[in-house]
Design a protein around this ligand. Structure first.
Ligand code: GDP
Ligand code: MG
Length: 204
């Protein structure tokens, strides 16, 4: 059992000089805008409003950092979560898109405390071309990648396992390396924490 002892917002940043300095193992969340990144962070942190969940896609244009203290087998562990701005939002200009790209690639390349990137896909929609491109970009970088398919609650129970297997095949990841998740139903919360903690403890 993993217990969340504390979860707090740390800061917002757009460039390296603004990233939190205190070295804490970090986990970043990437995905299409509106895929459910913020909801996933709230569900993991057992907080309803740690991160703002938006009804207007494409709003988050900054990196948002949160610190979470976890307790497992009487041991405390602090992790820092970074909510990255979403991609694939149609109504943005070319300039904004390039700014996004610059901000994300700088973060991914320069953030040495970054241990794991959680790549979030929509279980109902399946991986989009943008998701595949993002995962390809991450393959060449040091952090470990964990693919999580969220909004699993939108599928009937019998359809879930076959869909997860299909997504894993499409993304060419082993079936066990893709975690099913639902922020609304709390599916996958313990499983994701378990993998994140293990990855952080292994180093990278
Ligand atoms: N059914 C369902 N809806 C979800 C889930 N996660 C997020 N949503 C909804 O999807 C929309 C976008 O969520 P948000 O977390 O803001 O996405 P973000 O843009 O990736 O941060 C909101 O309306 C959420 O309520 C989920 O697991 N299941
Ligand atoms: Mg968000």
């Amino acid at each position: 059992m993993i217990k969340v002892v504390d979860a707090t917002f740390v800061t917002t940043a757009t460039e390296p000089g603004q990233y939190p300095r205190e070295p804490v193992p970090e986990v970043a969340f990437v995905g299409r805008s509106n895929v459910g990144k913020s909801s996933m962070i709230n569900a993991l942190a057992h907080r309803k409003k740690l991160v703002r969940v938006s009804n207007t896609p494409g709003r988050t244009r900054t990196l948002n950092f949160f610190d979470v203290s976890l307790e497992r087998r009487a041991t405390r562990k602090k992790l820092r979560l970074c909510d990255l701005p979403g991609y694939g939002f149609a109504k943005v200009s070319k300039a904004e898109r390039e700014q996004w790209q610059q901000m994300i690639t700088t973060y991914l390349r320069e953030r040495h405390t970054l241990k794991v990137v959680v790549s979030i896909v929509d279980a109902e929609v399946g991986p989009t071309a943008d998701d595949v491109q993002m995962i390809d970009l991450l393959q060449d970088m040091p952090p470990r990648i964990l693919v999580v398919a969220t909004k699993l609650d939108r599928l009937g129970k019998a359809a879930r396992r076959p869909r997860l297997d299909a997504i894993a095949r499409q993304l060419e990841v082993p079936a066990g390396a893709l975690i099913g998740f639902s922020a609304t139903d709390g599916i996958g919360v313990d499983e994701v924490w378990g993998i994140l903690l293990a990855s952080v403890e292994e180093g990278r």
